[in-house]
Design a protein around this ligand. Structure first.
Ligand SMILES: [Zn+2]
Length: 357
């Protein structure tokens, strides 16, 4: 299989392929052979930086069909590694056991770069909010930092794969049904993680891509819709529909189902209300802090539009200081970790289905 290995600054993947003790080019039983001892370079547009590649051929011990190849890897896997783009921190991950669905490890990738990126991003937003042009140096600084962060994240994911014998689960970036783009890492940039991971996994013999671009092996994608709104404990999906259902149910009860001292609302199950919440006035671009007494007042005044506006915010899950809090069961967890864990859960289900087939 002829391959072009991208050369990175710092941690060079090509170097690993050359010097790996078990299978590298210079080991006793190499599985990698030079195709033509050449460094290739290419660029698409005249202004682009050159991209350098190392040109090699790789040999495989066995030749499997895509399905056999993938099943072989998936049945040997011990866990999945769910990756999600976060809102507060760029990339969250959860390692989930394939058999017991227990979280073995969770956290955030590329920790060293998060604060820096946040600061520059805040600076950029500041320029934008004042209607000023973001200076070129700042834009390129952010782009460079995002790139470094993603490269670091990708290499940390590879470490997790090796440590846990895991299959990587990424969000399917073609899914359009996912709220606004609030993440520190835009979709377009995040594609890079996918690219870096697929390149490395292919070279490690853990992944193949068919001519339709589908992945076979140690990387799978799942649709991310609802993953950031689903409670990890009771599995309630806290989307718009569920909230609207609660609101119209309450309206039919003339809001008599709200207990202000208990701070609960009686739906089919008891729902815990937020004691304080923020109401946003779009037309005035204005946030106002409210509490349950305010809700009680507005219900007495019988202003329907206002009641709905208040009630929507009073019912959970609230994401406060980056924490997801379920209004049904009281479960609490970092909101980005909730996203990564739900992606991992979907990955486990997907893999179990594939293996059983
Ligand atoms: Zn819950």
């Amino acid at each position: 299989m002829p391959l072009l290995l991208p050369l990175h600054f710092g941690k060079s993947y090509a170097r690993r392929y050359l010097f790996n003790k078990q299978w590298g080019l210079f080991s006793k039983s190499p599985k990698i052979f030079l195709n033509n001892a050449r460094i290739k370079r290419e660029k698409i547009n005249p202004g682009d930086p050159w991209r350098y590649y190392f040109d090699v051929s790789i040999s495989g011990e066995k030749i499997f069909g895509f399905k056999d190849f993938a099943n072989d890897i998936l049945t040997k896997a011990q866990c999945v590694i769910g990756i999600d783009r976060g809102e507060a921190k760029p990339i969250a991950y959860t390692v989930l056991g394939l058999h017991n669905k227990e979280a073995l490890e969770k956290g955030f990738l590329a920790g060293d770069y998060i604060e820096k990126l946040k600061n520059y991003d805040a600076l950029r937003r500041d320029y934008q909010s004042r209607g000023r042009i973001v200076p070129k140096y700042l834009k390129s600084k952010i782009t460079r930092l995002q790139k470094t962060l993603l490269e670091t994240a990708a290499s940390e994911i590879l470490t997790l794969i090796a440590k846990y014998k895991g299959v990587v689960i990424l969000e399917n970036l073609n899914d359009k049904f996912r709220g606004s783009e609030k993440s520190l890492i835009p979709k377009k940039t995040y594609k890079k993680v996918e690219k870096l991971l697929t390149d490395s996994l292919q070279l490690a013999g853990l992944l193949r891509t068919d001519n339709k671009g589908s992945y076979w092996g140690a990387l799978k994608t799942v649709f991310p819709a609802g993953t950031s709104q689903t409670c990890l404990k009771c599995e309630q999906l806290w989307n718009k529909d569920f909230k609207e259902e609660i609101i119209s149910y309450s309206k039919n009860k003339d809001y008599q189902n709200i207990d202000y001292t208990d701070k609960t609302l009686n739906f089919y199950k008891k729902i815990y209300l937020n004691e304080t919440y923020t109401v946003f006035y779009r037309e005035r671009k204005y946030n106002e802090k409210k509490n349950l007494e305010d809700l009680q007042d507005i219900i007495r005044e019988k202003e329907d539009a206002e009641i709905i506006r208040y009630l929507k915010m009073a019912i959970g899950p609230r994401i406060a200081q980056d924490t997801f809090i379920c209004g049904l069961c009281g479960f609490k967890e970092n909101a980005d970790i909730v996203g990564a864990t739900n992606i991992a859960k979907r990955g486990v289900n997907l893999i179990q289905k594939i293996i059983q087939r």
